[in-house]
Design a protein around this ligand. Sequence first.
Ligand code: GDP
Ligand code: MN
Length: 383
Amino acid sequence: MNLHEYQARELLRRAGIPVPPGEVATTPAEAKAAAERIGTGKVVVKAQVHAGGRGKAGGVKLADTPEQAADVASKILALTIKGLRVEKVLIAPAAQIVSEAYIGVIVDRASQSPVMMVSPAGGIDIEEVAAKTPEKIFRMRVDARYGLLSHQAMELAFHLYTDVALVRQAADILQKLYRAFVDAGASLAEINPLVVTPKNEVVALDAKIVVDDNELERKPAIEALRDVSSENPSEVKARDANLTYIKLDGNVGCIVNGAGLAMATMDLVKYYGGEPANFLDIGGSSNPDKVVAALQIVTADPNVKAILFNIFGGITRCDDVANGIVAATKQFTVKVPIVIRLTGTNEQEAVRILEGVGMKAMTDMDLAVQKAVEVAKKGGAAA
Ligand code: GDP
Ligand code: MN
C-alpha cells in the first residue's frame, strides 16, 4: 500500500525527523487559506499522488504569495501525473536549499534484510544516479535484530557530508527513518531530497513510504491511511474479491490459479513473443464468483486483446471455473477472445459445461499460450 507524501511526512515527524509543517488542500481557495496561515512568504505547492517524479511533471511549484499559491494549486489540481489525477495538494513553507541528498531503506530480497541506502547526489533524479553513476549510492545491510546502530548511521552519514555537525544530524535522521520504516511495516521508506538549509539544518523535504500489505492486519492505524480514491480501481476491486492482481503493460490478460502457475504462465507468454497484461491469481478456493470478478477486472483493461485462462485443477475445481466463465459471459459481454486451458479436478465436467455454451477448452499449456499470444497480436479480431 502506498502512502501519500503528506501521510509519510506525518509518520516521519512523529518519529522525530525534522519535516516542515504542511496542510492539505483540495481547492485553490483552500490552498490560498493554507498559505495565509503559514504566513512566512514563499510556499511550495505539491501534488499528492502515488507517483514519483512529480517535480518533473510540473507537480511541485513555489509560490511567493497566497494568491499565487491559489493560482499554482489550480494548475496542479488539473494535472494527471503518470495516469493519476491530482485530487489534493500539500502546501508547506518553502525551504531554502543548499544541497540535496537521498536517504532510504528497503527490504532487500537478496540479503533478506533491510538495507539502508544513501547518496549525496539526491534530488529529482535518483533513478538516473542509480543507472549511470551507481558508485554514488552507498548501501548498508541492517541486522533486523539490532536495528541501525549509531556507528553505522554515522558511517552512512559521512558519505553525505564532511561537516561533522551535518553528519550528526543526518545520522540521527537515518536512525529515526529506520525506526519509522519498521513501525509502519514498510517495504520502502525514503527521503529525497534530504536538504541542508542556509542555517546548516538538515531537513526532509519529501517522504515516500510503501507499506507491506501483509503488515496491515496488525497495523490498523496504518491501514486507516489507505486512500482508495487514489488507487487503481481494478486493484481495489481485486482486493475486495480476494484476488491477487497486478496490472502490467501487455495485452494478454491472464487468469490463473496459484501464484507459481501465474508466474509460469507469464514467462511462457513472454517466451512465445507476447506480453502479459497482468498477474492474476484466483487462488485455491473454487468459487465461480471469483472467476466472474476476475473477468470483470481483466476486461476493464483496454489494453487486453485476448484472455488466457490457465487452470491446473486441484483444490480449484475446473467445473467451478467453467461455471464462473459461463456466468460472467451471461452477465456482461466479453469483447475479446478467451482461450481456455484447463486440466485436473473435474476437467471433463468443465469441458461439457463450456461446450454447452459453444466454448472450447484446451489441455496443453504451450498450445494455449501460443494461441492466446497469436490472437492478441491480431488485435483480438478472431478467436
Ligand atoms: P518528486 O519530484 O515527486 O520527488 O517531488 P519532491 O518533493 O522531491 O520535489 C522535487 C524537487 O522540487 C526537489 O528535489 C527540490 O529541488 C524542489 N523542492 C521541493 N520542495 C522545495 C522547497 O521547499 N523549496 C525549494 N526551493 N525547492 C523545493
Ligand atoms: Mn522527491
